[in-house]
Ligand binder design. Structure first.
Ligand code: NAD
Ligand code: GLY
Length: 369
């Protein structure tokens, strides 16, 4: 089954198409957006090695010339150096304003290629073909693009919406199981933040999603994209409601910073643990019941994702974690912004969280002072 979900942004509206086998139809689906029959496809070595020939053939079938720009896999590509190398390649290809960049990979490629598209010759169109579960349910939708700096993740970027997103569920067949789990952390996020019925469906069907059973995967990805599309349409630039999508992220970013943004703790794993912490912190503040916090953590743990600091490779320092949270883009005037919750499916934005309360909470969670 193929589903098309509209992101309703007026003149910048676009469709997120979800289904099996979409890669083979990429040429026809992208054609309406191309003024010239060519596209620069930004990908990483792993994705390009596994699926590049199929995408090239699909584009060729529609008479579209493919110019691959392949970067090394991993977060390091999302850097000023990575951006400089990429834009240089695009200039060498003589891409002009009427051309389209295709981001073919996970969230790293999507964020990097999307940001390059936002600034290349003051902005050109791009299409997202996300190849990880995380990218399909989250990063390819909504137009956030960015690179990292040594001071933190995603600190330099732009809102730049794609013209089309093609989420081919079949392409997830080659994704390592750890990456599937990491993406699932963002799927469960949608249930936890605003859809109790979806959360309950995931409690019952999470194993089928993780096993990549087509029907379960279709429902999980479609519902996630629907929720994200609706939130983005209401609040494109995160003035209010879009911040709900950051459930688990303030804790998660701090944990990623503490563990060095790498293989030790993947982004999705950090978000999983961050969500369990956000629920327990909310319960500790008397905002939600500890039963709900327990149920959220149980669903995350059932997916093989971390819910406790003790599952991290090394000890954590509460003071350092809170300092990382203070550097988060969401921090304002000595207070921290968190997405807290009144219960399953009922998250809200709390803009005045006392850093000292968070530090004490992290100690109860097992962090060193
Ligand atoms: P990623 O892009 O690094 O991909 C993970 C790994 O999977 C890579 O090694 C990649 O080569 C490999 N891979 C990708 N697709 C594959 C496939 N089909 N088969 C086999 N291997 C495959 O990581 P990610 O988790 O997709 O994305 C994380 C990034 O996304 C972070 O930089 C994060 O900041 C960003 N992000 C952005 C947003 C947003 O709204 N823009 C939202 C969430 C996350
Ligand atoms: N991943 C959070 C957002 O897109 O707003």
């Amino acid at each position: 089954m193929i589903r098309s979900i509209a992101v309703g942004l007026g003149a910048r509206a676009y469709d997120v198409v979800v289904g099996q086998g979409l890669l083979d139809t990429a040429g026809e689906r992208m054609s309406p957006f191309l003024k010239r029959r060519r596209t620069a496809v930004v990908s990483d070595e792993t994705v390009w090695g596994l699926h590049g020939a199929r995408l090239t053939a699909a584009l060729q079938h529609a008479g579209i010339e493919t110019h691959p720009v392949v970067v090394a896999p991993g977060e390091q590509a999302k850097s000023f150096d990575g951006l400089a190398a990429l834009t240089d390649r695009l200039l060498a290809l003589e891409l002009d304003r009427g051309d389209v960049i295709t981001a073919f990979g996970g969230g790293v490629v999507g964020d990097l290629a999307g940001f390059a598209a936002a600034i290349y010759k003051r902005g050109i169109d791009f299409v997202q073909i996300p190849t990880t579960l995380l990218a399909q349910v989250d990063s390819s939708v909504g137009g956030k693009t960015a690179i990292d700096t040594p001071r933190g993740k995603n600190l330099v970027g732009a809102f730049h919406q794609p013209r089309l997103v093609l989420a081919d569920l079949g392409i997830l067949a080659t994704l390592p199981q750890r990456e599937v789990r990491a993406g699932y952390a963002e799927v469960i996020k949608y249930g936890l933040l605003g859809d109790l019925a979806f959360f309950e469906w995931l409690e019952a069907n999470g194993a089928a999603v993780l096993a990549r059973e087509p029907a379960a995967l279709t429902r999980a990805v479609s519902r996630s994209v629907e929720m994200k599309a609706q939130i983005v349409a209401e609040d494109e630039t995160e003035q209010s409601r879009r911040a709900l999508l950051n459930l688990g992220h303030t804790f998660g970013h701090a944990l990623e910073a503490e563990t060095g943004f790498g293989e030790a703790l993947l982004h999705g794993e950090a978000v999983a643990l961050g969500q369990a912490l956000a629920f327990r912190f909310s319960a500790g503040q008397g905002l939600c019941s500890s039963q709900d916090a327990g149920r959220a953590a149980a669903a995350i743990a059932a997916a093989g994702l971390p819910t406790k600091l003790s599952q991290l490779p090394g000890p954590s320092s509460a003071q350092r974690l809170v300092r990382h949270m203070g550097q988060d883009k969401k921090a304002e005037a000595g207070k921290l912004t968190f997405i807290l919750t009144r219960g399953l499916g009922d998250a809200f934005v709390a803009r005045d969280v006392d850093p000292e309360a968070v530090r004490r909470f992290m100690i109860t969670e097992g962090a060193q002072p």
